[in-house]
Design a protein around this ligand. Sequence first.
Ligand code: 13P
Length: 297
Amino acid sequence: MPLTPMTELLARAAAGNYAVGYFEAWDVDSLEAVIGAAEAEAAPVIVGFGGAMAAGTWLDAGGVEVLAGIGLALASRSRVPTALLFNEAHTLAQARRAVDAGFNAVMLDTSAWSWDDAIADVTRLVEYAHERGASVEAELGRLPDAVAGGVDDSQASLTDPQQAAEFAQRTGIDCLAVSVGNVHLLRDGLAPVDMAHLEAIRACVPLPLVMHGGTSFPPDEVPRAIAAGVGKFNVGTVLKGEFLNGVRRSVTSWPADVDVHDVLGSHKGTDMLAEGKARMQSRVQRLIRLYRGGGSR
Ligand code: 13P
């Protein structure tokens, strides 16, 4: 089916008291795993790719368009409603290119920018994207980063509720990613989220809120987060972990004379990526159930 506006998926989620997952893919197989999971759970889903981990040089040399092509081809034959997001664009120019290439949702990562620069470029992006039917997400506040052995919060800042309200009103964004103790890229353990702070943001910002750092978001707090306006969880790290574990298991089980055609590009059960893909799909299905989005399409 054709892409659904991200705003529509988020509005339906708010009305239905669930959240939509954005499960970040990086290639054909990982995207097939996400869509396969959403179809198995009969759940709407936000699919797409992220700019944060990919080389800016590759993205700017046509990578954004390659990713859009993969996303459009797979999303258009999906049996569940999908929005196609280019997440965490590095620059306004890159975010605009993503819209031109066919992403119907885009997020510009301005979390390290000054207030004035963020307002200016996000406002320009909203104007550009809305004219072309695409939705815009932005972030206010800055998440801590996971580092070896723990969390580095030296650059982090919580989202200020009043500033968030002003930011949303001045830029015209469709949804707002928040910093409430959630951590990006944390592989082990749970983030120390401040749910009262999330509720304080909610009291000032009527838009759907977005929770990045889904890997380490405490599962027990998901219902309270949804009640406090979180309509979208972003998940990345745990999915790559599942995929890599599966690939590692396959590769280490091969005999020395394995047939290269069976394991590379065959898309059969013997494919080098098959086990990783299956594990990723299973994890996405569990997360969809956690966000209560299953059966809601
Ligand atoms: P995790 O990798 O921590 O799940 O976060 C992903 C994310 O927020 C992408 O925007």
